[in-house]
Design a protein around this ligand. Structure first.
Ligand code: IVH
Length: 694
């Protein structure tokens, strides 16, 4: 993107010329190049080349001529960033490669351990690491195809996010086009972080104050809150930035992949040359973990001198092929780790403790404290997790306490100041009876959490219903905490299945609940009946079954009832399901009340069959087909595997009669020989594989 001095001079002498003359259609290309370059120098390189008024004049001229000749408007013209109208709903889109999170580390020891593991897994004595800032903003993913930005999305749940292309086009450091073909790349998925500088954040809050509106707590919230704004013009006004730091997927243009970078640093350098904003200026590689440690510790001292909020550093194995070898878990890559800076701290007073009963009966002590602002966020309530933590810290009501935001988000009581006690402080007594239903609490010796085992406990029922209706479960919009509690008190919502028998006629008369909201609620409840099976499974609130496990469970069945008879051993074959989770699932389905609940739900019309799986089977997709990849592929092996899995395929570890397809890259060896010998396996080239999945 960077131009030579001569090219730059040529460009700007043209710009000066255009400022004072009538633009003709032949000038359009030059005009676009000038504006793109001015955007790049201003937003990516922080080095403005045109005065604001010059830029505005040129932009207006381009707009005018495009209005005159609408046929010349191309989607990558700088004028096309400016959105017309409002975003209605954001479409849910799947990431090409799931957006994993990062594992955290907090000290040198953690990093030494991580280094040891990486070297073990890669079977290398020495590794080169790339170290860069960990941006504290809102993560996004961008897709470019044939040099054009085709999509931008939020992280969402990591698998799927919201398509926020229009909003992201308002961020001028994100190029609308980039000559990726220079690197032999046809399609690329890039991850990064949308940020607001500290300075812009302050200015933005000042504006809000001037308008009499509520200010935002911190720059991260300002950035993440901007992504899903319905009005793109407002997004543009927030002056956001985007730093890109990870390439998750590359589709080469052809068989020759020699121009595609093979290290993380080279990839960042490529992104930089292509016109993207990266953190190259603060990115360094090191050959020993000791040097890495030194760098991250020194950087922590300079943290506040950066114009952006960063909450740590990220250390990555530099060589991409070795990254592949080191691998990943379902949650985070093993080849990268975050080194978190020390959290921000403040002092406050412990006012009292509230004991809250969760949906599984767990009783959590929550400290109510005098509101205190820690690094820009006001904290008034802090979960203490369990009784042991209160004892370990010797916390007392009335204590002066040190509060921090661990990971800069979740608040935490670091310690009380016993030297500041005046004798009026009170010891905290953990209840032995459920604070809601008075049932004696229980706690196995091996666990830390006290529980109320009365599954009819009002608090648990309410929490279970709230969970069932929540966004990531059955997603019944409108049926939130407030309404669930209200309906419960009215006696119309005592069990999960009552959701589907609400007496709408009487509800109409509920105070503050109009005809319209009732209709909306009724509609949302009706729609929830056909939610995907994994949402229902998650919504049932089976202990240890989170969203990921619910999805894996759903994939293993065509109907919920198929899970009733699965044994612990059967379940352990499912991805991410270990002994504890499997046992919990078996116990759940063995319970008569749970089976009755499921029966009742079915009787109300809630769908228990896995329609996605059934549809896929009917449309002849890859469900039930097994794959194995061998040799060097043009994409990362994990990416190719993810593509096969996304279509319902299963990845096997070795060649056997169970294998349907062997996908062969270059330099394939013994696996190919074995597959040929067996004779039952379809052997595919990489291209044939892409054709098959499409
Ligand atoms: S790499 C597959 N690099 O931090 C690994 N992430 O707390 C992809 N983040 O989910 C992530 N700065 O949203 C990476 N330099 C950086 C980052 C970074 C910020 C975010 C990212 C990640 C989160 C984990």
């Amino acid at each position: 993107m960077m131009y030579s001095i001569a090219q730059e001079e040529n460009l700007f002498s043209k710009a000066k010329l255009f400022l004072n003359k009538e633009i003709s259609i032949e000038d359009v290309n030059d005009l676009r190049v000038i504006i793109e370059y001015a955007d790049y120098m201003y937003y990516v390189k922080d080095n403005p080349k045109l005065a604001d008024v010059e830029y505005d004049t040129l932009f207006a001229k381009l707009k005018k001529i495009e209005e005159q000749y609408p046929q010349i408007i191309s989607p990558d013209s700088p004028t096309q960033r400016v959105a017309k109208g409002l975003n209605t709903a954001f479409e849910n889109v799947a990431h090409i490669v799931p957006m994993l999170s990062l594992e955290n580390s907090y000290n040198a020891e953690d990093l030494l351990d991580w280094d040891r593991k990486c070297r073990e897994l890669s079977e290398k004595e020495h590794l080169t690491y790339c170290v860069e800032p960990k941006f504290d903003g809102a993560s996004i993913s961008l897709i470019y195809e044939n040099n054009l930005m085709t999509r931008g999305a939020t992280r969402g749940n990591g698998i799927e996010g919201d398509d926020i292309s229009t909003n992201l086009k308002q961020i001028r450091s994100i190029p609308l086009k980039a000559p990726l073909d220079n690197f032999g790349i046809q399609q690329i998925e890039i991850r990064g972080e949308v940020m607001m500088t500290k300075k812009r954040f302050e200015e933005y809050n000042e504006k809000l104050i001037a308008k009499g509106e509520n200010i935002l707590a911190n720059a991260r919230n300002a950035a993440s809150g901007s992504l899903r704004i319905k009005n793109p013009t407002e997004v543009a006004e927030r002056n956001l930035d985007a730093f890109l730091y990870h390439v998750s997927f590359v589709l080469p243009q052809g068989a020759n992949t020699s121009k595609i970078p093979t290290t993380h640093l080279a990839m960042l350098q490529a992104l930089d040359t292509l016109g993207f904003k990266t953190s190259l200026a603060h990115t360094k590689t090191f050959d020993t973990i000791e040097d890495v440690i030194q760098y991250v510790q020194t950087f922590e001292e300079q943290r506040d001198t950066l114009p952006y909020e960063i909450d740590g550093m990220v250390i990555k194995v530099n060589d991409l092929a070795i990254q592949e070898q080191v691998g990943q878990t379902s949650h985070h890559p093993r080849w990268a780790i975050a080194y978190k800076f020390k959290a921000r701290q403040g002092t406050s007073k412990l006012l009292h403790i509230e004991f809250q009963v969760g949906r599984t009966g767990s009783v959590t002590p929550v400290a109510k404290i005098e509101p205190v602002s820690v690094g820009g966020v006001t904290i008034s309530s802090i979960s203490l997790f369990n009784e042991d933590i209160i004892k370990e810290k010797d916390l007392r009501v009335g204590d002066t306490i040190l509060v921090e935001r661990a990971g800069d988000v979740i608040p935490n009581i670091v310690k009380p100041y016993p030297e500041m006690r005046n004798g009026n402080e009170q010891i905290i007594v953990f209840p032995r009876l459920c604070p809601v239903c008075q049932t004696p609490l229980t706690k196995p010796d091996t666990e830390a959490v006290w529980r109320c085992d009365n599954i009819e406990c009002e608090a648990q029922i309410i929490e279970r219903i709230i969970h069932f209706a929540s966004k990531n479960a059955m997603d019944i919009r409108g049926l939130g905490e407030g309404l669930v509690k209200k309906f419960y008190e009215q006696g119309v919502l005592k069990h999960i299945d009552d959701i589907y028998h609400l007496p709408y006629d009487t509800l109409k008369n509920l105070e503050g609940f109009g005809e319209k909201s009732m209709q909306n609620l009724q509609k949302a409840i009706e729609q929830s009946k056909t939610q995907a099976l994994h949402r229902l499974l998650f919504g049932l609130g089976i202990r240890y079954v989170g969203e990921t496990t619910a999805k894996a469970l759903a994939r293993s069945a065509s109907h919920l009832s198929e899970l009733y008879t699965k044994t612990i051993e059967d379940l352990k074959n499912i991805e991410d399901v270990g002994e504890k989770v499997a046992a919990s699932i078996v116990t759940f389905f063995a319970n008569k009340n749970n089976r009755k609940l499921i029966e009742n739900l079915e009787a109300c019309g809630v769908q228990l069959s896995n329609t996605q799986k059934v549809d896929a089977l009917q449309s002849g997709a890859l469900i039930g087909k097994t794959f194995l990849f061998t040799g060097t592929l043009s994409v990362k092996r994990s990416e190719a595997e993810a593509l096969a899995e996304a279509k319902g395929g299963t990845i096997l570890g070795s060649v056997s009669t169970k294998l349907n397809y062997l996908v062969v890259g270059t330099d394939a060896g013994s696996k190919l020989e074995k597959a040929k010998k067996l004779g039952t396996i379809t052997i595919l080239t990489e291209d044939e594989f892409y054709k098959l999945i499409n």
